[in-house]
Design a protein around this ligand. Structure first.
Ligand code: FPP
Length: 246
């Protein structure tokens, strides 16, 4: 592995984060800054999803999680939500062709109930089509909220306790992890948030417990592969202690 050349000589390819999660923020501000309607910002954001997927794959990242639509995004205007879902259906179809060619598997996290039928069908088709791909996982968080995920997990566990299949003292961290939307999905090593907001916004609350967090002022549509490499260089300069001593 040592002599393997990566796209950026600053990056140690043996220490690449296994699971990168991204809060893709700033599409609206990018559009405003460029004198375009918000929908154009989201379109530019979707293009970036395709580029960053390829860049992660090239680096040897195992899983990439992308926050595409939160349970709180329903608070936006109907016009923006409609235009976002319109873009999602177009983008997912195109994305499906792209990732299938490069052996990437799509997973969905969140609640499909409540999403427009076409979006649900596109996600399900892409998940099905790519299910045997092995090069990398991309997890799309669509209609996702971290608190909702933990609430749903708690309900599943409570049902098992009520049925007598488990005692309260049997509930461990592993049991909780096994009842999340994607059991077995690795914890997040690196969480990137674009557009300078220092917030978690209800994203993967359980999975980011020991993630390194990098907030960049770059707006999502401007977040290039080089921005990703910069984030990984910073990640590799940090000492991860997981609560212990280095
Ligand atoms: C946040 O920017 C971005 C979103 C709510 C949508 C993100 C969706 C995409 C980039 C498309 C996803 C594509 C695929 C293939 C899944 P914002 O609108 O909150 O920006 P602002 O804070 O500047 O207003």
């Amino acid at each position: 592995m040592k002599d393997k050349k990566g796209p950026d000589p600053r990056i140690d390819l043996d220490q690449v984060p296994r699971h990168v999660a991204i809060i893709m923020d700033g599409n609206g501000r990018w559009a405003k800054r460029n004198g375009k309607p918000r929908s154009k910002g989201h379109e530019a954001g979707a293009r970036e999803v395709r580029e960053i997927t390829e860049a992660c794959l090239e680096l040897g990242v195992s899983a990439l999680s992308l926050f595409a639509f939160s349970t709180e995004n329903w608070r936006r205007s109907k016009q923006e939500i409609d235009s976002l879902f319109n873009l999602m259906t177009k983008s997912i179809k195109r994305y499906s062709d792209q990732i299938n060619k490069i052996n990437v598997r799509l997973l969905h996290t969140g609640v499909l109930d409540g999403l427009p039928d076409e979006v649900v069908q596109d996600i399900q088709k892409c998940v099905e089509r790519t299910r045997n791909n092995t090069a990398m996982d991309v997890c799309i968080a669509m209609n996702y909220g971290g608190r909702r995920e933990l609430t749903d997990a708690t309900r599943k566990i409570a049902t098992q306790v009520q049925a007598g299949a488990m005692r309260p003292e049997d509930i461990t961290e592993d049991v909780i992890a096994a009842n999340l939307y994607l059991p077995g999905h690795a914890e997040v090593d690196l969480l990137i948030r674009t557009s300078g907001e220092n917030r978690i916004s209800n994203f993967m609350l359980w999975q980011i417990s020991y993630a390194e967090i990098i907030v960049t002022p770059t707006l999502w549509p401007d977040f290039s592969p080089t921005s990703l490499y910069d984030a990984i260089v910073e990640y590799q300069s940090r000492s991860r202690r997981f609560g212990g001593r280095p």
